[in-house]
Each structure stands twice: as structure tokens, then as C-alpha cells.
Design a binder for this molecule. Sequence first.
Ligand code: B3K
Ligand code: ZN
Length: 880
Amino acid sequence: MKDAQPRAIYLKDYQQPDYWIDTSALTFELGEESTLVTSTLNFHLNDSRQHDTLPPLPLHGQEMELVSVAIDGEVIPADQYQVDKEQLVLQPKSDRFETTIVTRIKPQENTSLEGLYRSSSMYCTQCEAEGFRKITYYLDRPDVMSVFTTTVIADKEKYPVLLSNGNAVDRQDLDNGRHLVTWNDPFKKPAYLFALVAGNLDFIEDKFTTMSGREVTLQIFTESHNITKCDHAMRSLKKSMKWDEDVYGREYDLDIFMIVAVDDFNMGAMENKGLNIFNSSAVLARQDTATDAAFQRIEAIVAHEYFHNWSGNRVTCRDWFQLSLKEGFTVFRDAEFSADMNSRTVKRVEDVNLLRSHQFVEDAGPMAHPIRPDSFIEINNFYTLTVYEKGAEVVRMIHNIVGKDGFRKGTDLYFDRHDGQAVTTEDFVTAMEDANGVDLTQFKRWYSQAGTPVLDVTDDYDEEKQEYRLTIRQSCPATPGQKTKLPFHIPVEVGLLDGEGEPMPVTSEGKTTLILDLKDEEQTFVFTGMDERPLPSLLRGFSAPVRLNYDYSREELIFLMSNDEDGFNRWDSCQRLAIDVLLELVAAVQEGRELVVDESLINAYRQVLSDTSLDKAMVAEMLNLPSETYLAEQMDVIDVDAIHRAREFVKQQVAVGLQDQLLATYQRLNIEKLYRPEAEDIAERVLKNTCMAYLVELDDVVGVELAKSQYAAATNMTDTMAALNCLIHATHESAAPIVGKALAEFAEKWIGDNNVMDMWFAAQAGSPRTGKLEKIKELMEHKAFDKKNPNKMRSVVSVFCGRNLVNFHDLSGSGYEFLADEVIRVDTLNPQLAARLINPMTRWKRYDEKRRELMQKALKRIQSHDLSADIFEVVSKSLA
Ligand code: B3K
Ligand code: ZN
């Protein structure tokens, strides 16, 4: 770091601004060389702050040329304002005034994908969190909300479509082949929700009639070659609009809702008011181009962004420390939507898997932070799994504490009370308390304390008294800046099973499941009238984001797997069993002992496979071994090679042990059918493909033959990709010649489809067998690769470093050097992307000494460069 070091900002320093903005009128003249932005802003003094004289007005602004400034129509000479790399400071002369500021920007040179930039042939914007300040000088903070009117002027032939927030209020043809469209958004909003799009785009259109009978026009825009891939997103949008009315009573508020798909985008999508901008991978899907997983991801992201219209836009965040107010809540909303549209238990399993294998890692690492952080250097580094996923778990716990109806009362009050305001997580919790007459004071520690709490559970049974006692101790590991923690209020849902596997009543009304409110460091819960010793089913539905330890025997886990009435815990027991077996084998690998897989795991899987009462997607989830990342988390010192060996060995032994059954299941499900991306059909495909993935582990041609025929016959991308992945991973020698040919044919067919090619790249980069570092470098030179495009970089670099652990952590250190080079290169172009790429190296302290040294060296090399605030923060916190 050569320049002055970026500074942290603190939640405790929050102050309202000295001025508010009432209206913002913007005119964009888009030109090939540069874009001229004229902004006319109406300010008034913030009376709730103390002023003796009129305070100066500092406006945020970066990377732009200031052309002129006027206040109330009078041009201000340069000696009467200050301008530097970060801001423009004006001195107002009255408590109400209008500024007119003209700036020149160069979107075509903007590689950060923040502010106004170009993606292929179009212009688009991304303003959250602080990108608007790259467009014009402004009070770029979420508590400053104003009414925006936006005029876009551009060449009509090149940019026939000109979009911004709200409703179109004027269209005109101008001289020199240009045209103009003016948009007005009647809802006050912060600048981060501003959006603009200009391009030669096609669109599909539909209508939605809201619950009060208003007709809304729905449009999805994309480049014309992708127009046949928008129907699924449109269906998802209509379902989301209906669901938000039914479940939350929330209606859409403008006459038009637009989605635009762009190829160069840092994250999934953005909820700009009335004009959502999406990463094309989160919109485009057709059965031949997108997998079931992509169809489901699209449905969830469309819903998520749509739901933000209330949880985020109508009620927004006071400051960026409150990010989880909108993100945690909206993730909870989209998760419930997906659960209602598909299988609830499967959705829960997927979310918990993500949380445990990635958020728990974050919470135990150098970047750990509470869901409401109390300081940050670069806010873009805080769009994390903690703020999003753990934030959603915290909202879910409130939902569980106050119940479904109580939660709805709480959200009704929250939306009514705060409509049009920028508020805090505290306000959200207060609405829940007020609507339900509950006290959530202790619960609020979830917002301020970082780290994953640990529950250690023990029990005893008194036969004479017929009493069963469950003792739960909570603790929470230290995290950066937080050595000790106060006890959390943790809702722990439990049930008890008798010796026959029947649920036992646990409440006086005879209910068989109940939520224990754990509030102390240690608490004992007594169950009376127990005529036998029960087996506890703990943390049902994953009722709190914690790690839970209870000394289950393998027999008990198998018993729970087949008898627990809680579907989530049936899966979790299966996971616990697999982890136990796998960690035992990891130790055997490390000690050079012979590897033997406990038969009980294979028998358990056999039983799962033959249980026709189970949802097929659940069967697949149960057969899925815990990921290498999750296993790594269970170890004090991570041994990637031993984990990989052990896991591969178990896969292979399961395949050997269950060969006939896997084959029979595959054949039973491999029937030609019309493609539908619906839960039931998706479940059939996922189970079939899980069986195939085991069968290619055999030292036998059978699996390869299946994959080969499925690859040739597939009529949808789910089956195509599953077969291709199986060929890539197959152990049998007959796979090698086929896989090369299949990959080449695939690339030839799909070279023009960015999203499909991303899967092709990822399949190779993620495979321990094909994805060696030389191959990674070769992939990055492929003609379909683009070193500036976030999707491409993620599909090769992030997949290699995050999933292909044995190759990334190669003892030569070459993986670390490669990642350091890429981070340094990307940081000069797109700091947000660089900060995501570096993530796998931030947990260096968890590895063996040799790897620790190598990673530390690579991090220090990065640190010696002139860095963005984003990378500076991640690197310095990691090395601390
Ligand atoms: N709100 C955006 C995320 C913006 C990220 C900026 N670095 C997408 C979402 O969560 O809906
Ligand atoms: Zn969001």
C-alpha cells in the first residue's frame, strides 16, 4: 500500500446530514467519447441539527470531470468551492437552494462495474452501495431520499431503448439522429436505487393485475439473441408478485416493472426501483441452456429483487451498517417463497448446507463480523454470507419466536410505520416487539455479536421419577474485536422419540415438538411423565444458526434417520453419520492405516435408497456426502489431501456396495419425459444423476456407459451437464477419450452462449483430475474467456481456488502464487471482484505450517502493491 491507508468508519459516528435533497433531476447525454451529466438538485437545511451558521455542503464524487456548478442559477467560480478526488464542497447561502452541476464521465472506460458502465453494446448502472458518486456529485448515502426525474438522450439507432426508474413521462426525437426519454419515479428513494439502461434490446411483455385491481406492465429486456430465454424469469416474477400479496399483503406500486439482463455484473442482480438490473446468469434459462439448479436460482433471485420493493426500497436502510435490515429480511422472504413453490425441506437443507459450509467459515475467520457490523473500511466487503444468510436466520428466529401470525402483525406494523423512511435493524425488532408484546432485548445480541454459538447438550433420565432432563450449555468463540460474548437468546426446537421411533408428547397439550428458549449460559429443561428414556431430536428445522454437539452413537443417528418426524433432522442425522465416518477415515489416511468404510453408512444409504416414501430430492440430499469444505471446517488443522482421499474412498465404496440399487434407481428414473422445471421432476433428475455420479466411481465401464448415453441422448441441460461432469470425474480408463471429444463438441455448439460456456469452464476448473493449474491457465486463454468478466473469472478462478482444493493447495504453492497474481491484476480493474477472488486465501491460519507460510507470503506480496480499499481491508485483516 503506497498511498495513505484507507480509514475505517464506525456505526457509533452516524449523524444525519446537514441538508436533505427533495428532488433530483438528471439529464444524461450518452456519447461514444464521454457522457455529460447535468444534475439539478433541490436542497433544504436539516432543521433537526444544530447550526449557528449555514454549514458547508460536501457532495460525494469520484472519477469524474467537473464541468460547472451553479447555485440558484448563478455559476460559482472555482475559487468558491473545493473539489478533490472524493468530494465537492459547496457553501450554501440560504437554507433552501437549487444546485445545477454538470459533470463529464467515461462509462466505456469504467471497468469497476460500479456507477455507469458499458456491458457489451449497452450502457447500464450499478449504484449500490456507493456507485452513484461515480455518476455525479451527490449526497450518496441511503438516508438521503428524493424524487428522481431522469432524462436520457442518445443516438436512436444504436440505443433505441432508454430506461430509468419509474414511469416514462416523455419521449421525443431530437436532431442528429438522437432521441430522448424522460422517466419520473414518484417514490422518494436513495441514490443507490437509481438505474439507467440504454441499448439495442429486445423485450418480452406481460401483465399483472394487483390485488387492488391495478394493471402493471411487466417487461424483460435482453440482447435479441437471448430473447427466447426470458419466459421462466417472467413466470417467476408473476409468482413473486402474487406471493407477496398473499403472504405479506404487499402490492406493487408503479405502472411498470422492468428487468434487464446484462453480461458484465458483479453480483446476481440489483433491485433498482422499477428497473431491476440482472446478471444474465440470473435471468436467462431455456431447457437446453440452463440446469434445474439455474432455473431454481433464477426463480429465487427474481423473487428476492422483487421483494426488495418493500423490504429495501419503500423502507430502506438508514446507513450501510443496517444492510442486513433489507438483505437478511429479504433473503428470509425469498427462502420462504422458494419453500412454498418447491419442497420446503429440500430448500431448508440447501440453505443450511450453504450456511454451514461457508458462513460458519466466515464467522470463524479474520473477516468475522456481526450481521450489523460496527465498522468497515469498504462497504462492498460486507455483502457477505453473514449479512445475508445469517441475517436471514436471525429473522427466521424472530419468526419462530413470535409465530407466523405474530410475524405478519410485526411486518404490517413495520411497513406502515416506516413507509418512505430510512431506518435501522433496531426499528425492525421494535416493530416485532410492539406488534406482539414480546421483549427481544436479549435477542438483539444476535445483531451485535459475531461468531457461531456452540451448544453442548447432555441429558439424563431418572427412571424412578420418570423424568428426562436436557442440559444445554451455550458458548461463542472469540472473534476479531470481540473477546467475550454475552449469552444469546436461542430458540432450540426439540422433539423426543420413544424406543419404537414414535414421537412422545412434550407439552401438556400433547404436542410432539416444542421450542426451548435458551437464554442462560447453561439451562436444564425437565420433561416429566416419561415412561422410558427418549432419544432427543435437537435443533429441528435448524431453528438457530449454531453448532450443536450431542454425543449420538451411530445407531442412534440411523434410528433418527428413519424415524424422526422432522424431515430436516432426518437429513442432518445422515450428515452427522457421514461426517463421523469420514473424519475417522481422514485420521486413518493421516496415520497410514488401512481404509475401511463402516458398513453402517452403506446400510443406511441402502435403506434411504429403498425408502419410496421419501421425496426423491431428499434421497439425493441424504446420499450427498458433506463437501470437502465442510469437512475441512471440522478439523483443527485442515488436511486437504487426506480429506480428498477419504471422501473419494467413501464414494467409491458406496458405489461398490450399492451398485445394483444405484443402477436400478437410475434406470427407473431415466425415462423420456417432457421437460418441466418443477420440484417433482427436478427431484427425479437429481436423484438419477446422483446415482450416476456414484456409478462412475466404479472401476467398471458401467457408469461411463451410462454417462456416455445420457450425454448423447439428453434433451435438457441438467442431464447434459450431469453426464459431462460424470465423464470428467469418472475413474475408469474408458472415460478419457470420450471426455475430450465431448468437451470439444460442447464448446463448438455453445461458444456463442456466455452462460452455457461458464458451466463448461467451471466443470473443468473444479475437477481435481482435469483442473490442474496448467489447465486453468489454458482455460483463461480460451477464446470464450474474458479476463474482465466476473462470471468468467468466477467460473474458472473461484471454482479452482474454492472447490478444487487439492490442486489449489498444491504444496508447491503455485496455486497461491496464481491467485495472488490474479488478485493484483483484477484489483486495478474491478476491486469488488478482486475482493471476492481472494477469499480462499484468507483462512490461511487453518492449514499446516508449510501451506501457512506459502499463503502468508502470497498475501504479503499482494499487500506490497498499491491497493484498492477493498483488497487493502481484506488483506490487512487476514494478516493481522
Ligand atoms: N442489493 C444488491 C447487492 C448490491 C451489492 C453491491 N456491492 C443485490 C441484492 O442483494 O439484492
Ligand atoms: Zn438483496
